[in-house]
Design a binder for this molecule. Structure first.
Ligand SMILES: Nc1nc2c(ncn2[C@@H]2O[C@H](COP(=O)(O)OP(=O)(O)OP(=O)(O)O)[C@@H](O)[C@H]2O)c(=O)[nH]1
Ligand SMILES: [Mg+2]
Length: 361
């Protein structure tokens, strides 16, 4: 999964990136406003993996990972005529957005619009995304209508539904409604994937607060679906990310921070994108995987390897909680909680899977 960190110049994107990834990139009091991307891959923290590692003592432990991309260069007016080039590509590629909104006050860090006003800043970028999507939709509609004109009636069956869908998106965008508010079917969402619509992407709104500053995210008016608002003390948390575990704990207690920023943002993004974890275990490797909530056992197998999905026969399943309660694989079998499940089985968060499959010939 790839999350794009976006926001106005000087909102603290790179600071939040540092807090989330433990990197120590330079931040600047005066923004260049230029397009620039930094990426880092981080492990998804999961105490269950640590416990499974202690139980199986494997040669390798592999966590699920998440990629953060700090994408600078967003500002008012940038979508006029459509977002361009690499900047647009970077934004379209991400699965979700971490929208950094400045809440901290600082005389030494100028705000591009002079005052600290989270609602205004949020509306600026949201508006840009809506404009960008509207331009994409209009371009697509034009192409579809051209196709219909050239090919005539015989193209109607295929092109008609696409035109209908694009018209629905257009109507929403013209009302300034982000596409993530629409109730699209799974098939519609799939058919739109290639367009990378920005207002369709789930978003975590992050208030970047100053040290010890209290901010209530509920004050923000953002009545939209697939969005969460949270508060991070960016500068402080970037400093904490540089400390060892003991130092970090002391700092966190002092400033009333109960959960590390990375853990929090990753947890929210899993919720927002309806992603869950399952595990594979053994002497060689204990590993966490991520899969969509509602995925079947063969679909989960497919995240490990396409051969496992293709040749899927059955899944051996233990619930993590049952394994820990029983204390060992032998004990969970004796308790009758080690199950064999078929193709229809819907995977649950914390399932430990072993896929039985017939290898491709
Ligand atoms: N006081 C205070 N300063 C902060 C905070 N977060 C960021 N800053 C400062 O604000 C300035 C800009 O932060 P950056 O993280 O570079 O902001 P950015 O959004 O990455 O900026 P661009 O990449 O130039 O668009 C830096 O001088 C930071 O040290 C904060 O929570 N409190
Ligand atoms: Mg930056």
């Amino acid at each position: 999964m790839r999350l794009g960190i976006i926001g106005l110049p000087n909102s603290g994107k790179t600071t939040i990136f540092n807090a989330l990834t433990g990197q120590d990139l330079e931040t600047a009091a005066v923004s260049s406003g230029q397009f620039e991307v930094h990426t880092a891959v981080v492990n998804v923290p999961d105490a269950r993996i640590d416990k499974l590692t202690a139980m199986y003592n494997p040669k390798k432990t592999i966590y699920a990972t998440i990629t953060f991309a700090d994408i600078a260069g967003m500002d008012k007016g940038i979508s006029e005529g459509g977002l361009k080039g690499q900047f647009r590509n970077e934004l379209q590629q991400v699965d979700g957005l971490v929208h950094v909104i400045r809440a901290f006050e600082s005389a030494s860090v100028p705000h591009p619009y002079e005052t600290v006003d989270p609602q205004r800043d949020l509306n600026i970028i949201d508006g840009e995304f809506i404009i960008s999507d509207l331009i994409s939709v209009e371009n697509r509609l034009q192409k579809l209508n051209d196709e219909l004109r050239i090919k005539g009636k015989k193209a109607e069956g295929e092109v008609g539904p696409q035109i209908e869908l694009m018209n629905r998106l257009k109507a929403a965008l013209e009302e300034e409604t982000p596409l993530r508010d629409l109730d699209l079917t799974a098939d519609e969402v799939k058919s739109l994937r290639g367009y990378g619509f920005l207002s369709l992407k789930p978003v975590i709104l992050v208030f970047n607060a100053g040290d010890g500053q209290q901010v209530d995210p509920a004050l923000l008016d953002y009545p939209h679906k697939n969005a969460y608002a949270t508060v991070l003390q960016g500068k402080l948390e970037a400093e904490i990310a540089q400390l060892d575990a003991e130092g970090a704990e002391m700092f966190m207690a002092e400033f009333g921070i109960t959960e590390r920023s990375a853990a929090k943002v990753i947890r929210l993004s899993y919720e927002l994108m309806r992603i869950q974890s399952f595990f594979t275990v053994g002497e060689d490797e204990v590993r966490a995987w991520s899969v969509a909530v509602g995925a079947t056992a063969p679909e989960a197998a497919g995240t490990i390897h396409s051969d496992l999905q293709r040749g899927f026969i059955r899944a051996e399943v233990m619930a993590y909680a049952d394994l820990i309660a029983a204390g060992s694989e032998a004990a969970i079998k004796a308790a009758g909680k080690f199950r064999l499940e078929g193709k229809e089985y819907v995977v649950k968060d914390g399932d430990i899977l072993n896929i039985r499959f017939s290898p491709a010939k």
